[in-house]
Design a binder for this molecule. Structure first.
Ligand code: AMP
Length: 215
């Protein structure tokens, strides 16, 4: 499959993307995971991105496009990909369109995950993420907790609350989403690619996306 996942922070893009990779071997490409890995490794990209990320701001489009041009040209993308957290702005969506034409790739469709705001706020404040940058498994202290000592069930590393998941940063990320990312819904509607899914339960959403892929 070749799809984009759109949705507010906390809408479940990461969880849905991970479940979808099991379907046909498509790779999950999360710009957030790549950036967090770069920050942890202390690379040039990480140094440039850190302050934006900590405050809940978007990283500049140019940095994101440089990163994605390289990533989408890697051989593992040929089988298929699930774009999780990219594009996040109209300029990124336009640049992606040009890049897809260049690479002769056709998207299947764009999945918009629709989740009420109160559910999103609750999810974000209860979310924990594995601190191992090669794992980054996502947990929720209410519905899917890590081990009782707070470590990751998959790799045993400590799970953490992300710096951008404080109340203030969450508020700011949601405002940034409304201002800069939500216009993509109209953009992809006009492109004839948008499919909207009410998404309260990730597993149900994954089944609905699979059905759409088979249609
Ligand atoms: P995420 O894990 O997708 O919520 O991303 C975490 C943070 O990484 C965001 O709040 C942004 O600072 C940055 N980020 C991730 N993807 C993008 C993108 N496509 N454009 C700009 N910034 C991004």
């Amino acid at each position: 499959m070749k799809i984009i996942l759109l949705g507010a922070p906390g809408a479940g893009k990461g969880t849905v993307a991970k479940l979808l990779t099991d379907y046909d071997g498509s790779v999950q490409i999360s710009t957030g995971d790549i950036l967090r890995g770069a920050v942890k490794a202390g690379t040039e990209l990480g140094k440039k991105a850190k302050a934006y990320m900590d405050s809940g701001d978007l990283v500049p489009d140019q940095l994101i496009m440089e990163l994605m041009k390289e990533r989408l040209a890697e051989p593992d993308c040929q089988q298929g990909f699930i774009l999780d957290g990219f594009p996040r702005t109209i300029p990124q969506a336009e640049a992606l369109k040009g890049l897809m034409d260049e690479l002769r790739i056709r998207l299947d469709f764009v999945v918009s995950l629709e989740v009420p705001r109160d559910v999103i706020l609750d999810r974000l404040t209860t979310r924990r993420t594995c601190s191992n940058s090669d794992c980054q498994e996502i947990y929720n202290i209410k519905s899917n907790p890590p081990l009782p000592d707070g470590t990751c069930k998959k790799c045993g590393s400590p799970t953490i609350q992300r710096d951008d998941e404080t109340e203030a940063a969450i508020q700011y990320r949601l405002e940034t989403y409304a201002k800069k990312t939500s216009p993509l819904i109209e953009f992809y509607q006009k492109e004839g690619l948008l499919k909207q899914f009410a998404s309260l339960n990730s597993k149900d959403t994954v089944e609905a996306v699979k059905k759409q892929l088979q249609a």
